[in-house]
Design a protein around this ligand. Sequence first.
Ligand code: HEM
Length: 434
Amino acid sequence: MEFYKAQKNNRLFEEFVEPRISKYGKIFKTSLMGSPTVVVNGAEANKFILSNEFKLVISSWPSSSVQLMGRNSIMEKQGDQHRCLRGLVASCFSSSGMETLVPKICSTVQSHLDKNWHGKDTISLYRSTKLLTFTIVFECLLGINVEPEMLDIFERVLEGAFAPPVNFPGSKFSRAKKARVEIAKMLAKIVDEKRNEMENNSEGEGEGKGGSMLLSRFVAAMIQGDITEEEVIDNVVLLVFAAHDTTSFAIAMTFKMLALHQDCYNLLLQEHADITSNQRTEENLTVEDVKKMEYTWQAARESMRLFPPIFGSFRKAVADIECEGFTIPKGWKVLWTAYGTHYDGEYFQDPQRFDPSRFEEFVPPYVFVPFGGGPRLCAGYQLAKLNILIFVHHVVTRYDWSLIYPNESITMDPLPFPSQGMPIKISPKLSRDI
Ligand code: HEM
């Protein structure tokens, strides 16, 4: 009960984790959703649990998430099947993949701003970045055109992902299941079309027969018999789920922290002014330009340190485990948390302070874990990074902006979001010299 109360108020660390660490130490036992659970905190424990995925623990998602993402999604896979799916996703982030992705994301961000920001003076930053992230996953990563009703249907599925798995009419979960059936139909048609196109055209669309977009890579693997159509569909749904609320929350918190720390914002603006001044007019950014956004990435990481989009996640012990002198019996749940290191003065001096420059120093492994770690380290980390950096670049070079509610609270349900959608005032800059 205390866990859910603290979570709802976005005070999971202050009201649940921290008091128990003070009383029992970094590893403690509790009961969550009726299951005995061991909560682990600290770099050593993060490393032990996360790197022993498949050997001592396996990931453990609520039944509603598994039913809605599908039993064939990467989060349910282990061994060779897990490796195969991860390999397909990772192939999009090779150096040639990045050369393709950067200009595509740039064009998508620019047309998103032209279409949704132009002529407005107020924008819900959180909602806007949700739509953008959705479009980037579909159009830039997968190579599927977004149709107008798609976001709504997907959001209905995502709303049920953490709801109680009760199937009575009108419940969040049953609405989500219905939407999931619609999505499966829609994706099956898209996969069939892609399969026909690829079978009838041995040239493919660039980069070998499979083409460079993820849907083509999935379908090529399907034609070869490495994965099934259900695996393609479940993993498209999972990728949208994994990217959606996380990336938009990271962007929203980065803007919030920059608004509250004008000195940091000035440094960031300078970085983007330097990039713009070296750019030939109206051209898309290049991979090299994105590499120059070092301070911006420090600011985004510092925001994710303070406001991790995923506070941690659950595992299930598949053997009796000894962890730092604590025994975790087989069958128990384990919850690793980002807070347990992000807010610990042992790893980050004055941990409550927003200070992007702390990322100039080397951060030891398993200390900064917004993207998790070990075999289940976020598979879309590079896409999230490009999405955040390219969006920040285009907004700060095109707009002056300010928060409408600087003290807007954050709600967790169970993922965090700004309770009022983070409305901002915007006005176009008169020149792009910043
Ligand atoms: C700021 C944005 C993001 C954050 C903070 C984030 C965070 C995470 C975390 C913490 C995990 C590990 C969960 C665990 O250990 O149980 C994870 C896994 C995953 N993420 Fe992300 N993520 C982000 C964006 C994305 C994007 C954009 C994609 C892809 C389009 C993506 C795809 C995935 C996938 C497929 C997994 C499962 C990996 C596996 O099970 O092997 N994520 N993410």
